[in-house]
Design a protein around this ligand. Structure first.
Ligand code: CA
Length: 200
């Protein structure tokens, strides 16, 4: 009987657990231009089969103030992070001139309470192409509820607009789920043993 439980546990435990994809519950932005609102970063707009389109209705963009651009994503609860997936600004109004509004250098910082943020990683986003575009993925680690993106510059737009297409967070699958399942198997085993003892 114990062997059977072991076999069940082995079958139920994935050998390599892929990160779970988290859609942020809310987002705040340093500024927003016209209909290019920050909701367009978390609502799946423009996403199909993991690729983001080039429709301006599906993007977020700052005002042209030139102020430092930032975004704070709220995951809804403290989550064990694996990565951040960023689909960059992908709107091409012709001649490729608007693609330079895509964010370029960025930093990521993390917080559990939304007040104190600690630096996590940094990177440089490649410019969009206007064609359906995959996410650019950067590894993260640690626990956080709030993920802050500071966008340091763009690809050289003369009006200083800075944009992105969509953002997701990869999370480490919750060990608690497996722990509960293991505990469940244990309880079944105990109950069966007790029943056997009573029958004997
Ligand atoms: Ca979008």
């Amino acid at each position: 009987m114990r062997l059977m439980f072991t076999a069940l546990l082995l079958a139920a435990t994935p050998a390599v657990a892929a990160p779970a994809v988290i859609q942020p519950a809310a987002v705040a932005a340093s500024s927003t231009f016209w209909t290019y609102n920050a909701q367009n970063l978390i609502n799946g707009s423009g996403l199909s089969g993991g690729l983001h389109d080039g429709n301006y209705n599906n993007h977020w963009m700052t005002e042209t103030t030139g102020e430092p651009a930032w975004l704070v994503f709220d995951l809804g609860k403290v989550t064990r992070l694996a990565d951040i997936r960023i689909w960059t600004y992908n709107v091409d109004f012709g001649m490729g001139y608007s693609l330079v509004r895509g964010a370029k250098d960025f930093t990521v910082s993390l917080s559990t309470d939304g007040v104190t943020f600690a630096p996590a990683t940094q990177g440089t986003l490649a410019k969009g192409t206007g064609l359906p575009l995959p996410a650019q993925v950067y590894a993260l680690s640690g626990d956080a509820r709030y993920v802050r993106l500071d966008l340091l510059n763009n690809h050289g737009d003369q009006w200083q607009w800075t944009g992105l297409g969509e953002v997701r967070i990869g999370a480490v699958p919750e060990a608690a789920t497996w722990a509960m399942m293991i505990m469940g198997f244990g309880l079944v085993g105990t109950a069966m043993r007790r029943r056997r003892q009573m029958a004997a």
